[in-house]
Design a protein around this ligand. Structure first.
Ligand code: SF4
Length: 199
């Protein structure tokens, strides 16, 4: 006997089994078989599942992301279903409406998936590489810092402020990323550090 019974295999078997045995108890033998055959397989049986976390607020609920082969693009996988992760101690399988609708954000036509750049004098954005984006951001930050950095206040006291730049972080970053964010921002002299997490 195969003891390695997955949750979805159990649910698939249980749904057909319950329907069948209920009808069988009423004496509908042939109907029982026909009905059991008509019950659709559990819809996640052919999907792959992965654990993730919701990126939208500081609660950081656990999510199960289900994906299947894309019907639109051969050889590609696409997300088909998202639900709360019952094993996650934060949300125990629940999601608020925003998290429960996350698949719509993933599939949104307006979702930005790559760094985009609008050249001076144009009105359209074009896709660029991460290297290009990072270099451009670093260059602009350096120029701004060189132009606006304040080393001392009016009394000559060292303050090392960079008042023209701000840093926005996310709620789902790890402790280590949060620590690095703070160190880099403060180390450069930024005063405005904002975070989606209300802590
Ligand atoms: S599911 Fe809702 S409560 Fe949970 S992290 Fe996402 S937005 Fe926040």
């Amino acid at each position: 006997m195969n003891m390695d019974l997955s949750r979805r295999a159990f649910l698939k078997g249980a749904s057909v089994g319950v329907a069948g045995t209920t009808l069988g108890a009423f004496g509908f033998g042939g109907v029982e078989a026909a009905y059991a055959a008509s019950v659709k397989p559990f819809r996640l049986t052919t999907t792959k599942e992965a654990r993730s976390s919701c990126p939208y607020c500081a609660v950081c609920c656990g999510m199960m992301i289900f994906s299947a082969e894309s019907k639109a693009e051969a050889g590609k996988m696409e997300v088909t279903h998202i639900e709360g992760d019952v094993d996650n101690p934060v949300n125990r399988g629940t999601l608020c409406p925003k998290g429960a609708a996350a698949i719509d954000y993933i599939k949104s036509k307006t979702r930005v998936k790559y760094p985009m750049y609008r050249k001076p004098g144009t009105n359209t954005f074009e896709r660029v590489t991460w290297d290009f984006a990072m270099e451009r951001i670093a260059k602009l930050m350096k120029e701004d810092r060189d132009a606006n950095f304040i080393e001392t206040n009016n009394d000559g006291v060292p303050v090392n402020r960079w008042p023209t730049m701000a840093f926005l972080s996310g709620s789902s970053v790890t402790n280590e990323t949060g620590w690095l964010t703070y160190k880099v921002s403060r180390g450069l002299g930024m005063l405005q550090i904002e975070n989606q997490a209300r802590i």
